[in-house]
Design a protein around this ligand. Structure first.
Ligand SMILES: Nc1ncnc2c1ncn2[C@@H]1O[C@H](COP(=O)(O)OP(=O)(O)OP(=O)(O)O)[C@@H](O)[C@H]1O
Length: 318
């Protein structure tokens, strides 16, 4: 399990300290799929990088802590040590298969490299694992002899998932794993990912602004707005019966097959993280806000078992 406890993290920029993740607490539970959603720039990828312990682009934790604990509770790691365990405990499916793969290396060689990094030294064991992972992902063994540019976008994305999963990590972190793929391929890839997860009982964190994707696969969903967690709970609760006005706006904007009514988006744009409004950050876009909403940032409060939302007017303004 990964515990994120009241973490403030971000980047030192010429415009000042940018808190891309601001006071976020959540847990990635064993064997669970956590979805992270929100508009562009709300801090989703930054939160994922934190869960992966990736600080190479200037990301810093200003306060709070992130720890990983094994199932038995006997081994604990601080986020600063996560990088030593990349591939064994954590693996990462990055955004954009083209830029994430080595274009000059055949797929087979890239899979072998990933296995070596993980410490799967035995060649026979490694070959068997690669074969079974390819089969689970509906990929023919011939892909091993091909270069990434010889595959379709969907196959490349499946290979990326294969690279991340065949080493059997505890936690798989996926950043927009199906963006830019058509819906049929998206669905196949999600089914592959969920099948692997159910068989191996690892945890997956998926970042996507696609709420439909979260509804299909996630157990728990975290909704971020301007660096803050505004709603957290089971995907069923949060997406079927959203409590925060922002989540309601996101869900309300989703198209529904056969529904002729115009879908309503959320007016306006999220604030700059370097120039935040006082009080509730959603206030300038919230049709239900009261003057008092400008006075303080709302804290997350329980709205049901395992379900939290941060709004001063919870339950009042449906
Ligand atoms: N390396 C960086 N240096 C400075 N600022 C950064 C860096 N990476 C991200 N940011 C800023 O941090 C904020 C959150 O970015 P992040 O990429 O985490 O959001 P996101 O929700 O994943 O967005 P998207 O959906 O567009 O990928 C943004 O304001 C972004 O400009």
């Amino acid at each position: 399990m990964i515990s994120v406890d009241n973490v403030v993290a971000g980047y030192r920029t010429p415009g000042g300290l940018l808190r891309a993740v601001d006071g976020v607490s959540l847990q990635v539970r064993d064997g669970e799929i956590l979805g992270i959603a929100g508009e562009s720039g709300c801090g989703k990828s930054t939160l994922l990088k934190l869960l992966y312990g990736s600080f190479s682009d200037g990301l810093e934790i200003f306060s709070g802590s992130i720890t990983w604990r094994d199932r038995e509770g006997t081994r604990t790691l601080d986020v600063k040590d996560f990088h030593r365990h990349w591939w064994s405990l954590f693996s990462y499916v990055p955004q954009g298969s083209m830029s994430a793969m080595n274009m000059l290396m055949k797929i087979g060689a890239q899979m072998i490299d990933a296995g070596s990094a993980h410490g799967v030294i035995d060649r026979t064991a490694r070959a068997a694992r690669i074969r079974s992972t390819l089969a689970e992902l509906d990929l023919p063994e011939e892909v091993l002899g091909l270069y990434p540019h010889q595959l379709s976008g969907g196959m490349r994305q499946r290979v990326l998932i294969g690279l991340a999963t065949y080493v059997d990590p505890e936690v798989i972190l996926a950043d927009e794993p199906t963006t830019a793929l058509d819906v049929v391929v998206q669905r196949q890839i999600l089914e592959n990912l969920v099948r692997l997860q159910r068989a191996r009982q690892n945890s997956i964190v998926i970042v996507s602004h696609d709420l439909g994707l979260h509804y299909q696969v996630a157990d728990q969903v975290a909704i971020l707005y301007a660096g803050r967690l505004v709603e957290l709970g089971s995907a069923q609760n949060v997406l079927r019966n959203p409590q925060h006005p922002y989540t309601r706006g996101l869900v309300g904007a989703l198209p529904r097959l056969g529904d002729q009514l115009p879908r309503q988006g959320i007016d306006g744009r999220p604030p700059s993280l370097l120039d935040l409004p006082g009080g509730c950050r959603f206030l300038p876009r919230c049709a239900k806000a009261l003057a008092s909403c400008a006075q303080a940032q709302p804290a997350l409060s329980p709205v049901g078992p395992g379900w939290l939302a941060a709004c001063h007017r919870l339950g009042e303004c449906r």
